[in-house]
Design a binder for this molecule. Structure first.
Ligand code: ZN
Ligand code: ZN
Length: 204
């Protein structure tokens, strides 16, 4: 069991992971993850020197809250279905999901777990995705295949739906399958301002 808490301790959650692990760790450099880190005012904390977010993707039923579920907020960075959950008080990122539990997907940004504990707790990173949005020299890093990643996500979604495991998802109302709070939708101007910040870091 890997125990995590947000910076203000209002929210505590754990990842029920054991060997063999069900999840996969990766570094995402996509523009949405970078814009989100700026949105919560945590770019220095969440992003590495190349604009990467260390994250762990696992079945949603493996994450449990021990405290503070009602302190969660969520935001949609694009018109797509991904929503990003964070603490309403201290802005620590908690997890990313889709906007319905029927599409069971969960990715947990790992900034709440000290970097030196991540390898032992969740295994080494499998590599980098979306390096074209990263900055600095990423020419020699190990790339995770995007089709393989999408295939893994689709298989997980299908398996959770068939087994009924998708109903065990603390971010969603189990009956309506809707998020427990309404995602905020960024305006075009808000998103443009965040993109400007991402590009300012990249070209610094
Ligand atoms: Zn907090
Ligand atoms: Zn990303």
């Amino acid at each position: 069991m890997v125990n995590l808490a947000c910076d203000c301790n209002a929210i505590a959650w754990s990842i029920d992971e054991r060997i063999p692990r069900t999840g996969i760790r990766y570094l995402c450099h996509c523009d949405d993850c970078q814009a989100f880190a700026h949105f919560i005012g945590r770019a220095n904390r969440v992003l590495d020197a190349n604009g990467g977010t260390d994250a762990y993707q696992l079945p949603a039923s493996r994450l449990m809250f021990s405290r503070g579920l009602d302190n969660l907020s969520c935001v949609r960075m694009t018109n797509g279905r991904l929503i990003r959950w964070y603490c309403s008080h201290c802005n620590t990122p908690v997890a990313n999901t889709y906007d319905t539990s029927k599409l069971s997907f969960l990715s947990v940004p790992l900034c709440a777990l000290p970097a030196e504990q991540r390898d032992e707790a969740l295994g080494p990173s499998s590599g980098h995705v979306w390096t074209k949005f990263g900055h600095g020299d990423l020419s020699r890093v190990k790339q995770v295949s995007i089709p393989a990643m999408l295939w893994r996500m689709a298989s997980r979604i299908a398996a959770a739906r068939i087994s009924g495991d998708y109903l065990n998802n603390p971010f969603f109302d189990p009956v309506a399958c809707k998020p427990i709070c309404m995602p905020r939708h960024l305006t075009f101007a808000e998103r443009s301002e965040l993109d400007r910040k991402v590009h300012a870091v990249a070209s610094a």
